[in-house]
Design a binder for this molecule. Sequence first.
Ligand SMILES: N[C@@H](CCC(=O)N[C@@H](CS)C(=O)NCC(=O)O)C(=O)O
Length: 420
Amino acid sequence: MAANTAYTVYYHGACATFTGRATPIMWILEQAKKEYSCATPDTFEGNCFAPPMIATPTGLKMSQTAAIMMQLGEELGMEPETPAAKAIAIQLSLDAADLFAEAFSGAFAEKTERAEQWLTHMDKLLSTAGGDYMVGSIMCYADFSATMALDFAASAIPKTMKKFPKLIAYLEKMHATDGWKAVAAKGVPMVPPPPAGSGVNCCDAFPDGYKDITPKEGLPSADYLAGCKLVHMALKPGQKDEPHEHPMHYAYVVKGGKLKIVGAPDGEAMEVEFAAGAAMVMPAGTRQVENVGDAEVELLFLEVGAQAGDTPEGHSAPQETDAGHYSVLAEDDDWMVVKMDVKAGEEDHAHSHREHVVYALSEAELSIWGGADKDMKAEGEPNVKVPIKPGMVLPVPTGFHIVKNTGQTDASCVYFERKR
Ligand SMILES: N[C@@H](CCC(=O)N[C@@H](CS)C(=O)NCC(=O)O)C(=O)O
């Protein structure tokens, strides 16, 4: 019977869905052009606690990623030569295992300082190595150990990683190795599939805190707000929602407070003090939000889809015709968040809107004269009188109109409007 010359790597799902800590083992075996196969941990017969485990052609069976890498480094001729360099490689392999474990636990999302300390340490090892690699001028097994930790850091804490251009350049070099490329070609991610919350919208993930308030009746057209969702979020102090995903969205702070947002804006955790009346443009992404302040926080946001909609002919935006009544709080090329404040008895000039949705912040009575003629006179009876109260959502048609506050109290509204 022919001797078994192949290695076996035992790991979850036989490395078919994610390669995890088995990744550097696969890199080094590929780099050394060794034959190997992957198997599930339950088929392993040996005295080991947790995957990854390996079985080598000589019958050796072992676990612990760092120890496996040291063993393979020696066995495959990929360890440094001098005792001093060998010692540094051992340290680096163990450092990398610790760094990976901390990063993988998600702890860095909250402890960016700790993440930065780790990366500073790795950067120092590289800078003082006296060559292009972590332990000098020749690549060794510990470079693959370090690459696992740094690759993971680059995806988990990209913003912190960007502060270390030398580490990024080092990773680029490691990504050009045969070993790294051969594993990449398998198309299996290093970390398990996306976190909980991906693909689940906020209203389904946490109905206690998020309500879909997109207007459903009295719509100006059948395709009004197509692909958009107006959401009202209210989180009480101490309340934490479930992971969820947002498309691109635009937010307005109805009631301010302090939120901890995990996953924003770059996959890291942020504690943000939201001031009432502020607005912002928010990128798409997976989030989990906790109210870490002592007041209820209320946010309003419009999640948006593709751009669609008409621009009224001779468009005349109210923030230009009536800057005293209308101010743009946040905007990008596609949408804007606008605040309208019209005191009791005040009236604005004829102006026009693209598709927009209005949320009332105060109680008042708005009288609206609608019309396509921007020179029209606001005489006679208004087309509509709308008694507004806080929380009311108004689907207003695209086009020209004049607004007058015919109530006894000042009117405040916020609206989200397409910009093209
Ligand atoms: N220190 C070990 C950690 C091993 C480990 O945490 N393995 C994970 C998969 S990457 C596992 O499945 N652990 C199961 C367990 O600890 O019970 C190593 O670096 O290999």
